[in-house]
Design a protein around this ligand. Structure first.
Ligand SMILES: C[S@@+](CC[C@H](N)C(=O)[O-])C[C@H]1O[C@@H](n2cnc3c(N)ncnc32)[C@H](O)[C@@H]1O
Length: 317
């Protein structure tokens, strides 16, 4: 039997936390700071700690809204942030308006915005607690940025800089983003914006709005919750949101992994029967039905860890 969707299904966490103006850690002790802002890890920043989550009806993570996702994706001891970023050409990001659908805790969005001179990065995720983390992670990434031109006048540039060694010793530093000054609003971190949204269900905001749209490891979750029709509408919305010449970057999950997850969402679900639109059909749909002009299969990123060996395919509008 099919379970009816309720409002709660689409808003797994109702906490509201936007771009922080100040993070009050409540205590000056290192232990307190680590508890609030995240534990230090050996040699690298481990982004913000778990937020308390409400018990979900069919178990946790029914949207793929994993906490600590990037810890499990990263090869132990490998310094590289994410093997997928190395596979993606800078042309996709330089001077581009980017949308990252299902941005999780913002690691990919932030890494792209730091590495490339982007116009903007808009990260959306259905889970508000992950969007909160993404905002904290943005503050941390900013705090690790050494000011290019130390300013004797703008003291915020000095006081907001915490080298990696500080983070390693004390955990995350409780900084806030300084107020946006007009001339800086185009630069990191002000050009990165996170938002809580069910991107599959919300109406399109603006046509031709983005130059590059990332849909990494999300199609499974869209299809499990919205069916074949919902995934097709998701693709159509991505197409409509892209400017002509823009690129849709897709990392589909293997259909073999669907059934196990489907049972957590609805124990009666039988994906073999219910879902006929399969990853091998996506290219035909995107090119022949939606009108993407061409596609390029980039293959599986080198060094991707076991369980995450998924191809990345670019569709150009
Ligand atoms: C498996 S994670 C992948 C994260 C990221 N895209 C990556 O590959 O590094 C899937 C993410 O998509 C989010 N998500 C699932 N359904 C969504 C929807 N309808 N709208 C927005 N985000 C969604 C989840 O909360 C989760 O953070």
């Amino acid at each position: 039997m099919k379970r009816a969707h309720t409002e709660n299904d689409k808003q797994p966490n109702k906490r509201t936390f936007r771009r922080p103006v100040a993070i009050d850690v409540g205590s000056s002790s290192t232990e307190e700071k680590q508890r609030y802002l995240g534990a230090k890890t050996k040699g690298s920043v481990e982004f913000a700690e778990k937020q308390p989550t409400a018990k979900k009806p069919f178990g946790k993570y029914e949207y793929g809204n994993y906490q600590g996702y990037y810890t499990s994706r990263r090869k132990q001891g490998n310094a590289s942030i994410d093997a997928r970023i190395d596979l993606l050409d800078s042309e996709l990001f330089e001077n581009k308006r980017i949308l990252d659908i299902g941005c999780n805790s913002g690691n990919i969005s932030i890494a792209i915005a730091k590495k490339h001179k982007v116009v903007s990065v808009h990260g959306v995720d259905i889970d508000d607690s992950l969007v909160s983390k993404a905002n904290i992670n943005l503050c941390v990434a900013y705090s690790l940025d050494h000011p290019e031109k130390p300013s004797p006048i703008d003291l915020s540039l000095r006081f907001n800089y915490f080298p990696q060694s500080m983070t390693n010793m004390f955990g995350m530093m409780p900084i806030s983003l300084p107020p946006i000054k007009h001339e800086e609003s185009q630069n990191f971190p002000f050009n990165v914006h996170f938002e809580t949204k069910d991107w599959a269900q919300s109406p399109i905001e603006k046509y031709n709005q983005y130059d590059t749209i990332l849909a990494l490891s999300i199609t499974k979750w869209i299809q499990l919750h919205n069916g074949d029709k919902g995934l097709k509408s998701f693709f159509k919305k991505a197409y409509d949101s892209l400017a002509p010449g823009g690129t849709f970057v897709l990392e589909p999950q293997d259909f073999d992994t669907y059934q196990r997850r489907a049972k957590k969402i609805d124990p009666s679900k039988d994906v073999e029967q219910e879902l006929r639109f399969r990853p091998e059909d996506y290219t035909d749909f995107l090119i022949n039905k939606l009108g993407f002009k061409e596609y390029r299969d980039l293959g599986v990123p080198k060094g991707e860890i076991k369980g995450f060996e998924r191809p990345i395919i670019l569709y150009i509008k």
